[in-house]
Design a protein around this ligand. Sequence first.
Ligand SMILES: Nc1ncnc2c1ncn2[C@@H]1O[C@H](COP(=O)(O)OP(=O)(O)OP(=O)(O)O)[C@@H](O)[C@H]1O
Ligand SMILES: [Mg+2]
Length: 375
Amino acid sequence: MSTIPATQLTTAPQDTRRTLIEVRDLKVEFNIRGGVVKAVDGLTLDIKCGQTVGIIGESGCGKSVTARAILRMVPKPGKITGGQILYYRVPRQKKLAGSNEVEVIELTKLDPDGEVIRQIRGGEIAMIFQEPMSSLTPVYTAGTHIHEAVSLHRLLPLKTVGDQMVERITQYRKVTREEAREIAVQMLRRVGIPKPEQRVDSYPHQLSGGQRQRVMIAIALSTEPDMLIADEPTTALDVSIEAQILDIMRELQQTANMAIMFITHNLGVIASMADEIVVMYMGKQVERAKVVDLFYNPKHPYTKALLQSVPKLGPKTGQRLASIEGMVPDPLHLPTGCVFHPRCPAFIAGKCDRHVPNWVQVGDNHWVRCLLYEE
Ligand SMILES: Nc1ncnc2c1ncn2[C@@H]1O[C@H](COP(=O)(O)OP(=O)(O)OP(=O)(O)O)[C@@H](O)[C@H]1O
Ligand SMILES: [Mg+2]
């Protein structure tokens, strides 16, 4: 029996809250028949190690495209047309050896099929996709998927005794086939797959929707990523499994200082997971605040409308985003001025339909894009 620590390899001094990802004025466009869709239009945010940033907003506002842009996986015909995404990286080998020397990689400049992004993708930054089926390969078993991920991305210290490292070890080796299988079984067990020793050999079509989603989560977490991008990670799961998955994420966040970008329609889940929340509307961020400020002191009329149908912030989960009044505009024919003005209860004629609001600070770490808050 080999001994693989369940949560391991976090010997590097935890420079707990340094910036990990910085998105500056990001623009992503889809050039389609009929015109150009500005799926992401000037997004600026940063995510720190160990922090969870939630992203909310109605369907089509650009959440998934933002997530995919970070990993350079924007689907065709989408293109990053502006801005930067910076990744403050401590290469895994160095981190394990106790160094926290940061190198800055401009993800937006990388070849999306190149070596560097492939090292990062799935290993250092992992993603749980909104559609589990599309990210699983039909001819691979659950175990093979996890094996691929960990053999590419996970390293083990040369010497371990049980869960303890015997000394500071500066040399690491890749996991072996047997170890990868053991990690796969452990991960499947942790995400609540029954009989993991058998399920590890199941193909995606032999799994239920909820099991597939859990397999995908197991793959994403198996490499102990520095950042997890979770796009509606628990939608197909029942409440008890959802709670279990969220616990695993929190645990990894604590033990491995993992950052999380969490996209969901579930306000209960986001309230319990996130430190900060970004609200998006039609490709733009309209508000960003610490979770408590956003729920108790929302500024943007759009945020207020989103939150309105939720009676109060509490432990109740399953509180979905309300549908708010008015129609989401056609992305090819955006309104003038503030894009939210045709639906806005606080609309001021001659102002909101004429002027594009700026991103203004209204409090400690609290930002809003609305003319009501501009001088
Ligand atoms: N492959 C594509 N081709 C053309 N347009 C696309 C494509 N993918 C996304 N878009 C457009 O980009 C915009 C943002 O889409 P995105 O998938 O990011 O929305 P979302 O916020 O994730 O919505 P949901 O909550 O439904 O998942 C939408 O207007 C969408 O139509
Ligand atoms: Mg989406």
